[in-house]
Design a protein around this ligand. Structure first.
Ligand code: RB5
Length: 147
């Protein structure tokens, strides 16, 4: 799968390991193509800029899915959901990751560096990538109502 990955400086927050490069390496090790939407270091930046890059990558067809990270996962989620066609889910538990795919057909997962361990982020990403949209009539209807 082609996956756009973006974060603000929280993705490069000490102590190491820095989450964003570790997540990109994990995705590559699973055979995915990673599109790096930045940022690429610990200098302070603005999360809407990087949420926008990931969303544009998906909306242009370059990427199929997106992974976004900020301190909480909330800021990037709010920013990403301003783009029509983006369904971004801020997830903190395995059930949230699974249900955001089964029910909401989320095309972006948002994770919090200051909320979750790196292992938990990777667990949630793997669940999220491996779970299909249910395709159920009521879920399809609700997703279609959002455009
Ligand atoms: C940056 O310090 C922090 O505000 C940002 O990463 C994010 O948590 C905002 O929602």
């Amino acid at each position: 799968m082609r996956i756009a990955v973006g974060s603000d400086h929280a993705g490069y927050e000490d102590p190491p390991p820095w989450y964003k490069p570790a997540i990109m390496e994990h995705l590559k090790s699973r055979g995915h193509e990673v599109i790096d939407c930045g940022t690429n270091g610990p200098e302070s930046v603005d999360y809407p800029d990087f949420a926008g890059k990931v969303c544009q990558s998906i909306l242009s067809g370059e990427a199929e899915r997106g992974v976004l990270m900020c301190g909480t996962g909330i800021g990037v989620g709010i920013a990403a959901n301003r783009y029509k066609g983006i369904r971004a889910a801020t997830c903190a538990t395995p059930d949230m990751a699974r249900l955001s795919r089964e029910h909401n057909n989320a095309n972006v997962i948002c994770l919090g560096r200051r909320i979750l361990s790196l292992d938990k982020c990777i667990q949630l990403i793997d669940i999220w990538l491996d779970t299909p949209f249910s395709g159920g009539e009521r879920h399809t209807r609700r997703v279609e109502k959002m455009g």
